[in-house]
Write a protein that binds this ligand. Sequence first.
Ligand SMILES: [Cu+2]
Length: 228
Amino acid sequence: MTRRRLWLTTAALAVAGCAGPFPQSTLRPRSDFGRAIDHLFTGIFWWAVIVFVLVETLLLITLIRFRHREGRPAPKPARGNTALEIGWTLAPAVILVLVAVPTMRTILAVAGDAPPDAVKVEVIGHQWWWEYKYPNLGIVTANEMHVPVGKPVQVSITSADVIHSFWVPALAGKRDATPGHVTRVAFRADSVGEYSGQCAEFCGVSHANMGLRVLVDSDAAFERWVKT
Ligand SMILES: [Cu+2]
């Protein structure tokens, strides 16, 4: 009885973790950058599912079919099957190519800079908050970043003290904020809303509290925010 209760409690706790909401999920992308990463992830995920199901099915069939039974002689070990060996060497190689090509394509796609008319934001990581500067708009703000929907945004990231990492799962990141060095990330948000993010590089005692918010505004709302 006690053991059953323990199992039930453990299962309840595990299931409770699935309740949501999950504001920081990369599985609900809301930008071109986020969609590129999500697309790559989905492709690799399904390759992994195919390999897992195939390998486990073959394993289970073998375990059941050749299991020990009283009076049955031990099965004959098989040695040297050229066709099989070529097959199981080639198949993983082909799968790796099918994973590597989209991976390289995505790396190049998300490494690109935004067009010159993009909204420029300089992100500076501090222990333990985020500073945002809009050099073309004369705005300096903290923790809450505003960007217009559907417009390219060019983010330049650096740090004032230790290494941080700028990460807004639905939109863009993770990109390290390194003191004395500028990293860049470009994205175009595709839906209005509020997206939370988090410093993704351990940076000291308050690292866990180093959250941030990105507000994707309609054009009119962004203009209003710029004016106030
Ligand atoms: Cu941090």
